[in-house]
Design a protein around this ligand. Structure first.
Ligand code: SF4
Length: 301
């Protein structure tokens, strides 16, 4: 029996569903029931009917699934798969900011730990951040943890006053403006599509900036046939599946999230077999972290 066949059998036996982020390896995406970006997967997790959710992604994703589904078992195929940026905000700084501004909203990118979410008023994803922040009554926004996404949203919402944090995604930060210039010289007819976790000077060179789903939709709807893709290269699977006739180029050879790539088919099968690496959190943390996630799902409607 192949690993994929084993996974299918185990899914039936355990009444499990598999969620996978676009950044995991192609074979893992193929084994999943739902593949998407953080926003899509948070909605899929919120409405999951299975008893067991296997989350093929990094730990904050599994935590979010558990927060939204306290009664279900959420399994992580590799417990070490973690997003460094998810930890890059300081609770003391959040408290200080709250003291300084009366009407402050702490807006927390979903790429954050459950603990950081408990100190936040609302969560956002790169796909819905603009709509959610625009819908907030607050003028002062403390955006955690990602500085680059915060600056991107701030540039679109001039009526709000943003305070930025200094977190970043190393994968997107490493896609520099100079790299993009080089890629444009190599592919002069290609459009540049970028994720807003990249730095503002890199975003300024792009023809389109948006979430991974936004990038896929833009490339699919475009009459252009070549694209330079400035995000993690796991997204190339969906881009090529949807647009086999179009050309997609990375900016350089290391647009790779090593944490996402820890997830393998073998680990998915093992997690299901042994019910390994369940996400656990105390009820108070879960309840407090649920509020900003649920508010995001409401405001993004
Ligand atoms: S790509 Fe960046 S933001 Fe996404 S999980 Fe990896 S390190 Fe975190």
């Amino acid at each position: 029996m192949t690993t994929l066949e084993r996974i299918k059998q185990l899914k039936k036996e355990k009444n499990a569903v598999i969620l996978a982020h676009y950044y995991v390896d192609d074979d893992v995406q193929e084994a999943a029931d739902y593949v998407g970006d953080s926003y899509y997967l948070s909605k899929a997790a919120a409405s999951a009917e299975a008893d067991v959710i296997v989350f093929c992604g990094v730990s904050f994703m599994g935590e979010s699934a558990k927060i939204l589904n306290p009664g279900k078992t959420v399994l992580m195929p590799d417990a070490a798969a973690d997003c460094p940026m998810a930890h890059m905000a300081d609770i003391e700084k959040i408290k200080k900011c709250k003291e300084e501004y009366d009407d402050l909203a702490v807006v927390c990118y979903i790429n954050s730990t459950a603990l950081l979410k408990t100190y936040s008023d609302v969560c956002v994803t790169s796909a819905n951040a603009m709509d959610v922040v625009r819908a907030l009554p607050n003028r002062h926004i403390y955006f955690i943890p990602d500085a680059n996404l915060g600056q991107f949203i701030a540039s679109k919402l001039p009526d709000k006053h943003f305070i930025f944090n200094d977190g970043y995604c190393h994968v997107h930060k490493d896609i520099t403006a100079a790299d993009i210039q080089n890629a444009k010289e190599a592919h002069p007819d290609a459009l540049v599509l970028i994720h807003p976790e990249c730095t503002p000077d890199a975003v300024a060179l792009a023809d389109y900036a948006g979430s991974t789903t936004g990038i896929i939709n833009y490339a699919s709807a475009s009459s252009c046939s070549e694209f330079i893709i400035c995000t993690e290269t796991g997204v190339f699977k969906e881009l090529k599946d949807k647009n086999p006739e179009k050309g997609f180029y990375p900016v350089h050879g290391h647009q790779c999230c090593t944490d996402m790539k820890l997830i393998t088919l073998e680990k998915v099968a093992r997690a299901l077999e042994r019910m390994e690496h369940p996400v656990e959190m105390d009820e108070e943390t879960r309840r407090k972290a649920a509020r900003p996630l649920e508010r995001m799902l409401e405001l993004a409607q």
